[in-house]
Design a binder for this molecule. Structure first.
Ligand code: NAD
Length: 488
């Protein structure tokens, strides 16, 4: 692989800097287990300085009120991202183990293409919104709703779609006039630090407005939720960590915006041919080795077609091409780290112990001697209350569950602490839509249709999160509301 040009330094207060104690941590390619380089291991002092810089930039510059300037700066960033596409793809392949197949789509290009949505909103959003006139004690009143930036935003992101998720926070937070401190996941630091380099070298975004602090120490991220100078924390990651962020943020009554885990269900109704369904159910769970929060990881089949469905889906999964992420035929690369590989294998073992049948996969592939791979795995006869049906595995593992009738299918689909995504297959769109209305979840797909676009408000019901990312609703998460009344 060519030189990745990974940025070793963090962006703090308009400068690319090493860690205050000069420490670095290793960036590991999960497909080869090789160290591809290092990154500054941001310290508590570095985070302290970054938050201070963001606070000053918010309080002492006109960044939050100069909408046209922000639009220009974000347009500069869009151009810089456009030129850097190839470099950013190479990084996401090397540090996240992402297949090149999806590096050209959802990992990198989809969100770079979407970025003009945010620069346009920066300049074009109606920040002053008239409300209806009222009469108070006989006197007519005029009222205006002012939408204003919240202040300093702390953004914390995971490693599975690192560039996408960094941009999905940075784009709307800056467009709405906030200043930002971004803390990326330690597994994928360069998908953040390279953004810092582009911001510094290719844009007029003022010093302190955008700070990026990579660190191997999770508690450096925790500082963002606890610091009283931070007004809003936007977090994407696991539900367990989301809870901690919420608890820490409560002490200073921050706005907390959470995009968390999922355990989404596909319901296959009894009026559709299984041949249409099986490829999608088997392939989706193997995409990027199942490391996607909205992937449908439970498939519910009607009892009378259960064995046939299990076999069809297993056949699809047996034929999934995987291995070296640089091979364009591969749908699936490795898990991001040894820790994740061990975690996924432990879940498969737990499934076995709880009575699930391993129809295909179930272990480490024999043909790959390097990399944190797990075989595409289908678990059948899964008890809907068991651990593997309830907890997020975050690997290429599909749980198949039989149901008795439509009511039973809806009940099993909703039997989850999560509610992020889901799907329905049916010969009748009307019937499918009626079922979709009864599933407690933030997005639904009928007969394989895709809901994603930059204007889609994405997020979860229940413990899959609070708030919505993307769309105007996502932009408005980063705005406060102030009502001003004037005599009429
Ligand atoms: P994680 O929760 O372990 O870590 C996420 C981030 O939080 C990392 O940057 C980490 O350093 C930081 N962190 C860890 N402890 C912290 C603390 N106490 N306070 C503040 N920050 C802390 O998640 P992960 O393993 O990196 O990512 C996988 C998870 O992300 C899965 O659960 C997946 O479903 C979820 N995810 C959700 C979405 C969504 O939009 N809903 C998208 C992608 C991933």
């Amino acid at each position: 692989m060519a030189d990745l040009n990974g940025e070793v330094r963090n962006l703090i207060d308009g400068e690319l800097v090493g860690a205050s104690n000069k420490a670095t941590f290793e960036n590991i390619n999960p497909a080869t287990e090789e160290v591809i380089g290092v990154c500054a291991d941001g310290t508590k002092d570095d985070m302290e300085r970054a938050i201070g810089a963001a606070r000053r930039a918010f309080d002492e510059t006109d960044w939050s009120t100069h909408h046209a300037f922000r639009q220009r700066c974000l347009e500069q960033l869009n151009s810089a991202l456009d030129e850097a596409r190839d470099e950013l793809r190479q990084i996401v392949i090397a540090e996240a183990g992402s297949p090149v197949l999806i590096a050209h789509q959802v990992q990198v290009d989809t969100y770079i293409d979407a970025m003009p949505y945010w620069s346009d909103l920066a300049g074009g959003y109606q920040y002053d919104q008239p409300l209806s006139d009222t009469i108070f004690m006989g006197a007519p009143q005029r009222r205006i709703l002012l939408r204003e930036a919240v202040g300093v935003v702390g953004a914390i992101t995971p490693w599975n779609f690192p560039l996408y998720l960094n941009l999905a926070k940075l784009g709307p937070a800056l467009a709405a006039g906030n200043t930002l401190v971004l803390k990326p996941a330690p597994d994928t630091p360069w998908s953040a630090t390279n953004l810092g380099r582009l911001i510094l070298e290719k844009t007029d975004i003022p010093a302190g407005v955008c700070n990026i602090v990579a660190s191997a120490d999770h508690s450096v991220g925790a500082q963002l939720s606890a610091d009283p100078r931070v007004d809003l924390v936007t977090f994407t990651g696991s539900t367990a960590t989301g809870r901690k962020v919420g608890e820490a943020g409560a002490a200073t009554i921050k706005k907390i915006f959470l995009e968390l885990g999922g355990k989404s269900a596909t319901i296959v109704l009894d009026d559709i041919e299984l041949e249409k369904v099986a490829p999608m159910s088997g392939i989706a769970v193997c995409t990027h080795a199942g490391q996607g929060c909205a992937i449908q990881t439970r498939t519910l089949l009607p009892r009378e077609k259960y064995e046939e469905g299990v076999e069809l889906i297993a056949n699809t999964m047996r034929n999934v091409a995987y291995g070296d992420p640089l091979n364009p035929a591969h749908l699936m690369g490795p898990l991001v780290s040894k820790r994740q590989q061990e975690r996924v294998l432990a879940y498969i073992e737990k499934g076995r112990q709880e009575g699930a049948r391993v129809v295909t996969g179930g272990g480490v592939p024999a043909h790959l001697d390097k990399g944190y791979f797990v075989e595409p795995t289908l678990l059948a006869d899964v008890d809907p209350d068991s651990t593997v049906a309830q907890e997020e595995i975050f690997g290429p593992v599909l749980c198949v569950i039989p149901y008795e009738d439509e009511e039973d299918a809806i009940r099993i689909a909703n039997n989850s602490i999560y509610g992020l995504s889901g799907g329905i297959w049916s010969g009748s769109e009307e019937r499918a839509l009626a079922v979709a209305r009864r599933i407690r979840t933030g997005t639904m797909s009928i007969n394989g249709a895709q809901w994603f676009d930059i204007d889609t408000p994405f997020g979860g019901y229940r413990q899959s999160g609070v708030g919505r990312e993307n769309g105007v609703a996502g932009f408005e998460e980063y705005l406060e509301s102030k009502v001003v009344a004037l005599p009429k």
